[in-house]
Design a protein around this ligand. Structure first.
Ligand SMILES: Cc1cc2nc3c(=O)[nH]c(=O)nc-3n(C[C@H](O)[C@H](O)[C@H](O)COP(=O)(O)O)c2cc1C
Length: 387
């Protein structure tokens, strides 16, 4: 984990938008195609900018997270891949074998985000018909088998959802066991996290709500003699001034129609059984005039986007202050994103990382900023070179 100067440890990840990207939400204008070449551009940029990892989501509208991560691993050096794994749609033995292969292929850069899924309509399309809490029961069996296999054990298992006889991996992962991350806000989800995972993730709720939620998860883990780490998933709109940042936020949602908001909100509240999604939607109730839900915390993205629906909006100084509030309650990992993901990654790295004391970009060794092609030289007037 990166240890910022004078501050608590912080891992600042970014996001690969495998379901699409653009400059406006809810509009076809200035959209970017979901193609590997663009994902590679983002991954290579954030690898160079000093982000330690990226999250790859899963879902009906996403490019496959495993295949995309395998492709990106070949084009990056240090970047870790937090790959979404949906237990219900694959076998635990097959997932363990894929885990080993991708971890070795990437030289130990694999992390897994266990996502059980919160939309029964979408899950039915994937052949999953279990109700909410039973999906977690199935995931617990899945992870028990997966864990034994990636640890090199031979597995004989008979449960309610799986039966495996003499299961084993001959080729093991590069890491002892790739770490498991998890995001789910329901009680059943928290029980799974307490039992099985290393890092518990939440979408970007106000500090007090996050504090209450992670305290519950912490207590559940402690009851099992375990400890969890905690992370938060947020969008970022950081600019040199507050005014510029809020203008960018307004512009991002300027093309969304009321009808689009209505359709999205009714899907989030009626079609989905995700507790986490309901908590997101309730922050603003679908109202454009209720989007600032806490200092610098803006829910505009969630008007139409499922999942992560809030952004930290503001100057680098005010956003850093908000991040420190989350760190104070135990958050040590941030998974950021922003529209478009390439440009906003640069803004976060260039404006926010220095205030947070994060390393950021690797510097090109050079003696001074005096360079006739550089920004340090203006006509005949040389800037004072750093000595
Ligand atoms: C950071 C984070 C990332 C998530 N990524 C995905 C994803 O890629 N695909 C998905 O279907 N659900 C994703 N989810 C949703 C959860 O996996 C979970 O299915 C959902 O919150 C419903 O569970 P709950 O009722 O316990 O909240 C994510 C949740 C969080 C907090």
């Amino acid at each position: 984990m990166t240890q910022p100067a004078n501050n608590a440890p912080l891992d600042f990840f970014w996001f690969i938008p495998t379901h699409g990207d653009g400059s406006y939400l809810g509009s076809e204008r200035q959209q970017r195609p979901q193609e590997f070449a663009y994902f590679r551009e983002i991954a290579q940029a954030v690898d160079r900018l000093g982000f330690p990892g990226v999250l790859l989501p899963t879902g009906q509208s996403c490019e496959d997270s495993w295949i995309t991560a395998a492709g990106l691993a070949a084009h990056t050096e240090r970047l870790k891949f937090l790959v979404a794994l949906r237990p219900g749609v694959t076998s635990p033995v097959f997932a363990a074998r894929q885990t080993a292969a991708l971890d070795r292929l990437s030289n130990g850069r694999l992390l897994l985000n266990v996502v059980v899924g919160g939309n029964p309509v979408e899950l039915a399309g994937d052949g999953v018909f279990l109700p909410h809490d039973e999906r977690y029961e199935q995931a617990a069996e899945f992870l028990t088998i997966w864990r034994q296999l990636v640890s090199g054990e031979t597995v004989n298992f008979e449960g309610k959802h799986y039966r495996v006889e003499g299961g084993r991996l001959d080729l093991l992962p590069a890491q002892d066991k790739p770490p498991l991350y998890f995001g789910g806000s329901s009680d059943a989800g928290q029980e799974l996290a307490a039992e099985q995972v290393e890092l518990y993730l939440t979408w970007g709720e106000p500090v007090a709500q996050v504090a209450e939620k992670i305290e519950r998860a912490r207590r559940k883990a402690a009851a099992r003699g375990r400890q969890l780490r905690f992370g938060i998933r947020l969008h970022f709109i950081v600019r040199e001034t507050e005014d510029e940042a809020w203008a960018a936020a307004d512009r991002l949602i300027s093309k969304i129609t009321d009808e689009q908001i209505e359709i999205a909100q009714s899907r989030f509240l009626k079609e989905m059984d995700s507790v986490g999604q309901r908590r997101m939607a309730e922050l603003h109730g679908g109202r454009r005039d209720k989007l600032v839900v806490a200092p610098n915390l803006w829910a505009g993205v969630g008007l139409v986007r499922g999942g992560a629906g809030t952004a930290l909006v503001g100057s680098p100084q005010s956003i850093a202050a908000r991040i420190r509030e989350y760190q104070a309650i135990g958050i040590d990992t941030i998974i950021g994103s922003g529209y478009p993901h390439l440009e906003e990654a640069y803004r976060v790295a260039e404006l926010l990382f220095p205030v947070l004391g994060l390393d950021g970009q690797r510097r090109t060794p050079r003696r001074s900023i005096e360079n006739e092609f550089g920004v340090g030289f203006y006509g005949n007037k040389r800037l004072q070179a750093a000595s």
